[in-house]
Design a protein around this ligand. Structure first.
Ligand SMILES: NC(=O)c1ccc[n+]([C@@H]2O[C@H](COP(=O)([O-])OP(=O)(O)OC[C@H]3O[C@@H](n4cnc5c(N)ncnc54)[C@H](OP(=O)(O)O)[C@@H]3O)[C@@H](O)[C@H]2O)c1
Length: 181
């Protein structure tokens, strides 16, 4: 079975996790809160989800859990990562582990509306065997106002990005800037 990893999969990416299970992936999910994790597991086939309850800023613990799930479920062929500021080291470790254990893999890096895509990419050491994709979250225009994206819209956008395999993919809009919520 294919093995996917979703970093931050218990929040706005929950629907991405359940969609991946439906696509026949075994899905390892990173989050800290056990209740949020149980809620996600309760929505899908629990045998196809591995909970990795860890703070991704604690790189040694992260390293250990990633290696363990790779041993049990195989190398990651797909990674979806939503990482807040401060978690860059964890993301770096994850990319390092993917490089060590994989043939080829796809990484979908989910980024906020203020992210500078080229700068983010150049700060990461992406191995040649990893296909790196960026999914930027913008906002929605509704009549004469802008609002932030809802979880379902974010998940739908990420799923579309995975299906299209686009190098960069925008969910919602970034313009007009003055309509940003
Ligand atoms: N452009 C937009 O419109 C936009 C962009 C971003 C967010 N939003 C909205 O804002 C809401 C809140 O955003 P959010 O950033 O809190 O996203 P979220 O996806 O709801 O929560 C963050 C996810 O990352 C995990 N996480 C956070 N810090 C972690 C850490 N140190 N170690 C391991 N896992 C960690 C959380 O799990 P734990 O809590 O268990 O650690 C959770 O799964 C979203 O639900 C979304 O609707 C909108």
């Amino acid at each position: 079975m294919k093995h996917a990893l979703v970093v931050g999969g218990t929040g706005m990416l929950s629907e991405v996790c359940t969609w991946l299970v439906d696509q026949d992936y075994h899905v390892s999910v990173i989050g800290r809160n056990p209740e949020k994790m149980s809620r996600l597991v309760g929505k899908t086939d629990k045998d196809k989800i591995t909970s990795l309850l860890v703070d991704y800023k604690k790189v040694d613990q992260l390293n250990m859990l990633l290696k363990q799930t790779i041993l049990e479920n195989g190398p990651f062929t797909l990674v979806v990562a939503w990482v807040h500021t401060g978690g860059e080291q964890g993301l770096g470790k994850l990319i390092e582990i993917v490089a060590e254990t994989n043939g080829t893999s796809e990484l979908y890096h989910v980024l906020g509306s203020r992210a500078k895509l080229a700068e983010v990419k150049s700060a990461l050491h992406i191995p040649r065997t990893c296909s790196y994709h960026q999914v930027q979250l913008g906002f929605k225009l509704e009549e004469d106002t802008g609002r932030w994206l809802k979880n379902h819209e974010i998940a739908e956008g990420v799923i579309e990005a995975i299906q299209y395999k686009a190098p960069t993919f925008l969910v919602g809009v970034l313009e007009p800037a003055e309509m940003r919520p």
